[in-house]
Structure formats: structure tokens, C-alpha cells
Design a protein around this ligand. Structure first.
Ligand SMILES: [Zn+2]
Length: 180
């Protein structure tokens, strides 16, 4: 049933970003990191303490691929090499971008452009990371707490992006189809 899972959407659209789309995505990622850094007054050293990586569909393992959201945030724990102390453990995050779901939306809704859409998605995920790292929200929360956190993070994402003078963001800020 999922034989063409990695290659095509139900609309016979490619499921993964092409090179041009990847370039656009990484530009949006750079901008999102700058915006979130400014909003929370983070230095690059603070990002190093909470490292994250962004992967797109071709690099995701089966359990990192999802049917609905546009990105999935996964937290991994790592231990610093040659250390026996548990305090030397650190978290790192993987933002698993779901190319296929993003492409489906921009295929159905032509007003949704890739750059502002990804900008919103990555800004949103980075805010999650900042809040986890500051213990403003726990990774293993109840479903109700999780939904509450989603509302809060969407609110903060809008607040940060609302300052930008970018007309293509308007349909994104009005977009009703967020599933995270
Ligand atoms: Zn979220």
C-alpha cells in the first residue's frame, strides 16, 4: 500500500524537496534561527548547548516520518565522550521535516509559498527547543499540557513573525491547517 511512499504524494507530486526547494528551506532555517535568537536573546554558544539538526524526508528513518505534521521534533540524549558523570549528558534535538506534507499543502493551496511556510514551521520548532531547554515545558507532558504548549508556541511564533514586512507570510499566519 505504501509502495510509492517515498517518491510521490497522492497528487503525483514529488514527495521530497528538490535542490531548489532545499536551498529555499535552508534560507528559511537561517532566518528562523536569527529571529528566535533575537527574540530570546540567545548567543550561538547557547545553541551549542542545545544542539539541533534539521533533516528532510530522504534522511529520516521510518519512525521519524509522520503522516500529518509538517515537522516532528525528536529529542535524543547523548553523553559526552569519555565521561562517566551523568551530568555530562546532554540533549540534542532533531527537527524532522516532513517534505511530503509540506508539498501537499502548497500544492493544494497556491497562496502557501515554501519560504514563509518553512519559516513558520522552523521558527515554531526552535521555540519548542528553547522552551524545553529552559524547562518551561517538559518533553514528557500529558496530552492536555502538550496541547496547551502548542497553543503557546503558536502564539509566540506569530508574535515573532508579525514584525516582519513579508506579504507572503500573510496566508501562513491565516493558515488554519496546523497540526503539530
Ligand atoms: Zn509544536
Amino acid at each position: 500500500m505504501k509502495s510509492d511512499f517515498l517518491t510521490h504524494t497522492p497528487f503525483d507530486q514529488p514527495r521530497t524537496f528538490d535542490l531548489e526547494q532545499l536551498r529555499t528551506m535552508y534560507q528559511a532555517v537561517d532566518m528562523a534561527e536569527e529571529l528566535v535568537s533575537n527574540a530570546y536573546q540567545l548567543s550561538s554558544r547557547q545553541w551549542q548547548k542545545n544542539p539541533y539538526d534539521i533533516k528532510t524526508l530522504t534522511d529520516l528513518s521510518t519512525d521519524e516520518v509522520a503522516d500529518t505534521p509538517y515537522a516532528q521534533l525528536i529529542r535524543y540524549q547523548a553523553r559526552k565522550k569519555q565521561s562517566e558523570f551523568s551530568s555530562a549528558k546532554y540533549d540534542y534535538y532533531k527537527i524532522c521535516v516532513q517534505d511530503h506534507n509540506i508539498l501537499s499543502v502548497s500544492h493544494i493551496n497556491q497562496t502557501i509559498q515554501l519560504f514563509p511556510f518553512v519559516l513558520y514551521i522552523i521558527t515554531h520548532e526552535l521555540i519548542h527547543i528553547v522552551r524545553f531547554s529552559r524547562f518551561l515545558h517538559l518533553f514528557h507532558a500529558t496530552e492536555a499540557e502538550r496541547l496547551d504548549e502548542e497553543r503557546r508556541v503558536h502564539g509566540k511564533t506569530r508574535e515573532i513573525l508579525a514584525h516582519l514586512n513579508m506579504p507572503s507570510l500573510k496566508p501562513i499566519l491565516n493558515f488554519q491547517g496546523w497540526v503539530f
